[in-house]
Design a binder for this molecule. Structure first.
Ligand code: NAD
Ligand code: UGA
Length: 468
């Protein structure tokens, strides 16, 4: 395996998604001497990455379009020419989706590795000379073994110049702050056993990341560290949400509790915001993957321990949805409810596993008519997520939703406003104006601690705020 590793001039990334796009853009920005090509099988996505109007990029991230403007067409390229690009690549990142399996062995828990496997087979087929393959997708521990095996067994045996080394370098960026996280990460991780390959990847990161933040481990520790980091983060959100539920009947306030515990340097102040439940494409799938791995290795009690994090998260969404119905006199049939926020957190257009999906679905099924607003998520995406098209406000029929651009124009006759995502613009709404327009009693349900309940109550609102 330890064949000649030359300098890295050409890098490819398979997968032009939320990780592949921004990560490669930042590499291109800092390594002007390296040609970076982001590859995908989805032609529409590549077209969107190549769109002239940078507001049409498929990923919305603060700071991203500026980097794409600076690098695209110079040393950053987006392409569907997978074979042609891999042939020339010295290093290939695999950054494809690894969602929970929906059927077959391990369905509902295990990660579906079919896209990782397909990527490894494609690299094996088209790569030339020595290629460093970097696993960037989040994968179960020991996946690199599978990748190595495929790379070695599927390539042409007669071509003895074709060799591979495999590294694990999981990504820790969070959506909404991806560029900031990539530009100044807490750490990057490189797992592997080929020192020359590790050195080459490290040289790339060192162009902008201090050396002491580049950690080296073996392959398996690197893979498991990624799952563990997400499990700890998800567990922390579930922990604060669990305490929020206990605050409500006891008179304690979650903001005061999280502030008080956050002062303890062993606990720390970050990631203690109570919410309608964590969303995003990764926390749930990575926790379930960990549960699957624990069961696979016969650790049933540990599996149950981590599974509870996900169970409580699902409970939190349902708790909030049913509480809204309860407060609105036990029925939302034909009531108009304004939903503020559909993305799973602020500053992203991603809705995967967003709490807004299940809460909206529950209210619609209970007969409510929702008016849904989000500054970055479009109507088509919401229709996809709710598995039903927008109904153009039909006064007589029960249940349905419509997409709105203007909160004030849509507030007339509305019974309740539900804040589900913490977008900045929801922090500065003209509440007096909204109160005038709404049907009374006018309710505000704030799941993200964006409103000042005392001020709203003075205006005349009935306010329910998570964790108080
Ligand atoms: P994504 O769904 O946004 O993008 C994945 C892309 O890979 C898709 O565009 C898909 O078309 C493409 N793809 C799949 N198979 C392919 C193939 N064989 N050839 C070429 N392209 C192919 O996913 P994402 O959010 O970017 O996540 C990618 C990985 O990174 C996952 O394992 C995820 O767990 C991990 N991760 C995600 C985040 C995040 O914030 N989204 C952060 C850290 C790690
Ligand atoms: C998360 C991790 O933070 C990243 O380090 C990791 O790389 C990524 O998953 C991944 O592997 O995909 P992300 O899901 O993009 O990033 O966003 P987070 O900021 O972690 O938020 C996840 C969810 O938790 C959101 O719904 C957010 O609203 C919620 N959350 C977060 C809270 O409810 N409270 C908090 O205090 C923090």
């Amino acid at each position: 395996m330890n064949k000649i590793i030359k300098s890295i001039n050409t890098v490819c990334c398979i997968g032009a998604g939320y990780v592949g796009g921004p990560t490669m853009a930042v590499i291109a920005k800092h390594c002007k001497n390296i040609k970076v090509t982001v590859l995908d099988i989805n032609q529409d996505k590549i077209n969107a990455w190549n769109s002239e109007n940078l507001d049409d990029l498929p990923v919305y991230e603060p700071g991203l379009k500026e980097i794409v403007r600076e690098t695209r067409g110079k040393n950053l390229f987006f392409s569907t020419d997978i074979a042609g690009s891999l042939e020339k690549a010295d290093m290939v990142f695999i950054s494809v989706n690894t969602p929970t399996k929906s059927k077959g062995l391990g369905a509902g828990y295990a990660s579906d590795l079919k896209w990782v496997e397909a990527s490894a087979r494609t690299v094996s087929e088209f790569a030339k000379g020595h290629t460093i393959v970097v696993e960037k997708s989040t994968v179960p521990v020991r996946t690199a073994e599978l990748i190595k095996e495929i790379l070695i067994l599927s390539c042409d045996k007669k071509d003895d110049k074709k060799t591979f080394s495999v590294l694990s370098s999981p990504e820790f960026l969070a959506e909404g702050s991806a560029i900031k996280d990539l530009e100044s990460p807490d750490r990057v991780l490189i797992g592997g056993d080929n020192q020359k390959a590790i050195h080459k990847l490290s040289e790339i990161y060192q162009k902008w990341i201090p050396k002491n933040k580049i950690l080296h481990t073996n392959l398996w520790s690197s893979e498991l560290s990624k799952l563990t980091a997400n499990a700890f983060l998800a567990q922390r959100v579930t922990s604060i949400n669990a305490i929020a539920a206990l605050c409500e009947p006891t008179g304690a306030k979650i903001k005061e509790v999280s502030n008080a515990i956050g002062y303890d340097s062993r606990i720390g102040e970050k990631f203690l915001e109570a919410s309608p439940g964590f969303g995003g494409s990764c926390f749930k799938k990575d926790i379930l993957n960990l549960v699957y791995l624990c069961r696979y290795y016969g650790l049933e009690e540990i599996a149950k321990y981590w599974e509870q994090v996900s169970i409580v998260n699902e409970w939190q969404k349902l708790r909030i949805a049913s509480l809204i119905v309860d407060k609105l006199y036990g029925t939302v049939s034909l009531k108009n409810i304004l939903i503020l926020g559909f993305s799973f957190k602020a500053n992203t257009n991603d809705t995967r596993e967003s709490a807004s999906i299940s809460i909206s679905r529950y209210l619609i099924d209970n007969g409510a008519k929702l008016l849904i607003h989000d500054p970055q998520v479009n109507e088509k995406q919401i229709a996809n997520d709710l598995k039903e098209n927008s109904s153009k406000i039909d006064c007589s029929s029960e249940g349905g939703w419509s997409y709105i651009n203007n909160i004030y124009k849509s507030a007339k006759g509305v019974d309740a406003i539900v804040v589900l995502t913490e977008w900045d613009l929801y922090k500065t709404l003209e509440w007096e104006k909204l109160f005038e327009l709404m049907r009374k009693p006018a309710w505000v349900f704030d799941t993200r601690s964006v409103v000042n309940s005392e001020n709203l109550e003075k205006i005349g609102f009935r306010v329910w705020k998570l964790g108080q």
